[in-house]
Design a protein around this ligand. Structure first.
Ligand SMILES: O=C(O)[C@@H](CO)OP(=O)(O)O
Length: 325
């Protein structure tokens, strides 16, 4: 198994990004992102806030009606636990394979490690291994909130999954599944054994397919192509949540997360080639003043260092301690 984040060039800060002020105050759990954005647009106009289209405009201006929860937020990234095809050493890509028993244990362990870190919103890929990981990890969270997958595939799906209790809604964490966070599509390598493929095509060729930024595997996506959808999704849908002060957990995949980490840490296409992520290992970032600060991987739920990072994290943990005492 590869070790986590072996790249050298980790930058703790990055310049302000082009985030969009698409934000939503206290929306019902079942309102999907697109609708929430649309609704926000209407609210902003109705309240005579600056005529800003928060969906389309890349403006950094925030309308007056838009009140941030906090100027700081946590971002946790988790690569899914070991899958049945990781175990068999097969190229998986977009094939929807579940976790092994070891993968289940890794997800639970990841959950323990982040059990004191706030999570308001969860994003996963549309693949079961990422969704299992997020759900299993959340069984360990000390907040004891219930993660609920939002269904916006049709109007009926939205209506039929509506939650009618405000109290219950408060005890829930919305889970948004997005195909854009899926593993890179591995083309004609999907289902092939990695070792046999290296014997057939040569170690160097297979390494380029697997780790280079620009070179796609046969009929598949290069990391660059994967980044185009994954990072765009992050910028459009996840970064605004962080800017609003929502704490986010993303459960996704080796390569979709490599592309997002490349964006967060401002890695070059050369540097990202040596970035490896272990299965089931959580990575923490703090988003503040439009900058991402990398805070490594919490080794345990009570790791003193994690809570010394920011006052807000320490306060959250203290509140949990008091509530659960
Ligand atoms: O098979 C895959 O989909 C990925 C992740 O398991 O493989 P790689 O290690 O080549 O990124």
């Amino acid at each position: 198994m590869a070790t986590v984040v072996s790249h050298q060039a980790i930058t703790s800060q990055r310049p302000s990004s082009n985030f969009k002020a698409s934000h939503f105050l206290k929306e019902p759990l079942n309102v999907p992102i697109k609708l929430r954005q649309k609704r926000f647009k209407i609210q902003a106009t109705a309240s005579q806030a600056p005529l800003l289209d928060p969906v389309l405009s890349p403006s950094k201006t925030i309308p007056q009606s838009y009140k941030k929860k906090s100027n700081e937020a946590s971002l946790i990234l988790i690569r899914h636990g070991e899958s049945l095809w990781n175990e068999k050493n097969l190229f998986t890509g977009c094939v929807d394979v579940p976790l092994t028993e070891k993968g289940v244990a890794e997800a639970i362990q990841a959950g323990k490690r982040i059990s004191n870190i706030p999570v308001d919103l969860i994003f996963t890929s549309s693949l079961i291994r990422a969704q299992m990981t997020a759900m299993l990890a959340m069984t360990q969270h000390r907040c004891k909130k219930v993660p609920i997958i939002l269904h916006d595939e049709s109007e009926k799906a939205q209506t039929w999954s509506h939650v009618f209790s405000e109290e219950t809604r408060k005890q829930s964490i919305p889970v948004i599944a997005a195909w854009q966070l899926n593993e890179r599509m591995y083309g004609e390598l999907q289902g092939l054994n990695k070792e046999e493929t290296a014997e057939r095509y040569g170690t160097q060729q297979v390494h380029e397919w697997r780790r280079s930024y620009h070179i796609p595997p046969p009929k598949g996506e290069s990391l660059e192509m994967c980044a185009e959808r994954a990072v765009a999704y992050f910028e459009d849908n996840i970064q605004p949540e962080l800017a609003f002060g929502n704490n986010v957990l993303i459960a996704a995949h080796g390569n979709s997360l490599r592309s997002i980490i490349m964006y967060l840490d401002k890695l070059t296409s050369q540097e990202v080639t040596s970035l490896e992520l272990s299965t089931g290992l959580p990575l923490l970032y703090i988003f503040k003043d439009r900058k991402f600060m990398r805070r490594g991987s919490p080794v345990g739920p009570t790791e003193a260092g994690v809570y010394a990072y920011t006052k807000r994290l320490a306060q959250y943990r203290q509140k949990l301690d008091e509530t659960l005492a």
